[in-house]
Design a binder for this molecule. Structure first.
Ligand code: ADP
Ligand code: MG
Length: 559
């Protein structure tokens, strides 16, 4: 039998697994059960959509068997199985879905992050086992195979015989060590607890033969041992459960199990709608920015279920771009199983659900801004830019949805404030919402243009990101108040005396200004007396709609 080598990256990962850098070893079971559940999903879906296949509901299950004497733990499923090629591709290399691209060596050193970030799935078995054996028969090929590995040394594969379609994974559990009591993973009560903790909502029964004591029938005084097969999980998917019965930990666990992120969610939403359209949804706002979020690679979308059956991994039509950071799922009885990607976009139900979710997310964020300011600011640090892009794109169409969710740095508060907060404390004589643009708060504070506005006691919003100004240009107004750059020609700050003085000074110095204009003829349009300067001798100001900062950006754009 030929021994094959793992692909290099898989080997690194296996080494990390075996060297136990992950503290919670028990999650290996969650990984294997979740793979089994995915495999059953696949065959279940096939049976539902292919008339030549018929299955009974009770044919779908996962069975966990512990054998203390032989120190083996077996996870058996009636899923779709794997062909030879699939075995090789899925278990010999890091699964595509795992997309493990080490960015640099330090990340490999700090294995915690990687494992949390990508989820290593199947390989987690090596945290608790010396030998892992996979026997699988694929629905497609009908031929069974045995795959075996003792870890980094590689794996073997051979033809095998197996009666039923499905997969059986047997772990040779490690001997107890100083740090870890591996025997636990052979103990039925311990296993039961782990299954309940991580896999309770799996839709298929997770069965175990449970041995218990009970009083003898003929003699109640004496106990007898008996064994019966029990279903350990409740099988109700978490999104169908009653909100009141669930804890934050349940939602966090589900987030981790689903691999929505490598962090913990900042916020979860459990939405249960039972009206013209019926659906259940669990949504999460991640705490951290996904590593590829602001790149082309990032794919937005929610998992879409039709009455409990997963029909799409990332349904993009359910989320607008400005909420693309939201993770989670939607399950609706009103969706057809056979709905195709193309049909989804036109689907009325999907559109209704999307609209509903959009409103719910917006309201949740608003609530957070109002009641949990610190959390909201954390959120905004991560995803605020996306909201601003949202205002900017679609020509301000999303203004109504998004304007109250924006925060900007304020000269007055020296922290982030909302537009509502700004406008509500505007003095009566203040006409505009003032803003100043620059690379950093520090640099904006040194701008001569801010002086006059600040001297009037008006608040200025500091825009340090390019998108800031583009976004408010699209909004044009907030609560009927126009935005105005502190470097714009007309600040709307009137002062009669200064005006008269300016006029006379302009007359007196006409010759000087004409001369200056002549010298600077290529660089400036006009040279004027400014009413705005206090301690600075001169400043440059923009006349039209476009501020100097914006002009800079526009000039950098490719034609
Ligand atoms: P992921 O589940 O994220 O794809 P895993 O490492 O957990 O990554 O699994 C790798 C792949 O191996 C799965 O995508 C699946 O194709 C295959 N696989 C694992 N376990 C099973 C199983 N019990 N039945 C069928 N296929 C499986
Ligand atoms: Mg998996």
């Amino acid at each position: 039998m030929e021994k094959k080598q793992f692909q290099a990256e898989s080997k690194r990962l296996l080494e990390m697994m075996i060297n136990s850098i992950y503290s919670k070893k028990e999650v290996f079971l969650r990984e294997l059960i979740s793979n089994s559940s995915d495999a059953i999903d696949k065959i279940y879906y096939k049976a539902l959509t292919d008339d030549s296949l018929t299955f009974e509901q009770d044919q779908y299950y996962i069975k966990i068997e512990a054998d203390k004497d032989n120190r083996t733990l077996t996870i058996r499923d009636t899923g779709i199985g794997m062909t030879k090629e699939e075995l090789e591709n899925n278990l010999g290399t890091i699964a595509e879905s795992g997309t493990l691209h080490f960015k640099n060596e330090t990340e490999i050193e700090d294995g915690h992050d990687i494992i949390g970030q990508f989820g290593v799935g199947f390989y987690a078995a090596f945290m608790v086992a010396d030998v892992v054996t996979v026997i699988t028969k694929s629905l497609e090929s009908g031929q069974a195979y045995k795959w075996q590995s003792e870890g980094t040394e590689g794996y073997t594969m051979e033809e095998y015989s197996k009666d039923d379609i499905g997969t059986e994974i047997t772990l040779q559990i490690k001997e107890n060590s100083e740090d870890e009591h591996y025997d636990d993973f052979l103990d039925q009560n311990h296993l039961k607890n782990i299954i309940k903790k991580y896999s309770d909502f799996i839709r298929y029964p997770i069965k175990m033969d449970i041995t218990e004591q009970r009083p003898k029938e003929d003699n109640e005084e004496e106990l007898e041992e008996y064994t019966e097969e029990q279903i350990i999980n409740s099988m109700v998917p978490i999104w169908r459960k009653n909100k009141n019965e669930l804890t934050k930990e349940d939602y966090d666990n589900f987030y981790n199990e689903k691999r929505y992120g490598f962090d913990n969610p900042l916020k979860h939403m459990h939405i249960q709608v039972d009206g013209a359209i019926r659906f259940n949804s669990i949504l999460y706002i991640p705490e951290n920015i996904p590593f590829d979020y602001y790149s082309q690679d990032y794919e937005k979308g929610l998992e879409l279920y039709s009455n409990g059956v997963l029909i799409m991994h990332k349904c993009a039509d359910l989320l607008p771009d400005y909420f693309s950071f939201v993770k989670g799922l939607v399950d609706s009885e009103d969706l057809s199983l056979n709905i195709s990607r193309e049909m989804l976009q036109q689907d009325r139900q999907v559109r209704l659900i999307a609209k509903n979710l959009n409103k719910k997310i917006k309201n949740e964020l608003k609530k957070m801004l109002k009641n949990e300011r610190e959390n909201y600011e954390k959120f905004f640090e991560s995803f605020g830019r996306q909201l601003k892009f949202g205002v900017y794109s679609d020509f301000g169409q999303n203004k109504e949805t998004l304007q109250d969710l924006l925060l900007f740095y304020s000269s007055k508060e020296k922290k982030l404030v909302s537009l509502d907060e700004y406008v509500s404390r505007m003095p009566e004589d203040q006409k505009y919402i003032y803003y100043a643009t620059g690379d950093s708060i520090d640099r904006i504070e040194k701008l001569p243009q801010t002086e006059l506005v600040l001297d009037k006691g008006y608040e200025i919003l500091y825009f340090t990101e390019e998108v800031d100004e583009f976004a408010i240009k699209m909004m044009r107004t907030y609560n009927d108040k126009e935005f105005r750059s502190v470097s714009s020609g007309d600040l709307g700050i009137e002062d009669e005396e200064a005006n008269e003085q300016k006029e006379s000074e302009e007359k007196e110095n006409k010759e000087l200004f004409d001369k200056m204009k002549e010298i600077l003829s290529n660089q400036v349009k006009d040279v004027k007396i400014s009413k705005r300067l206090k301690s600075h001798p001169v400043c440059i100001s923009a006349d039209g709609e476009v501020s100097i900062e914006m002009e800079k950006v526009i000039n950098q754009m490719p034609d």
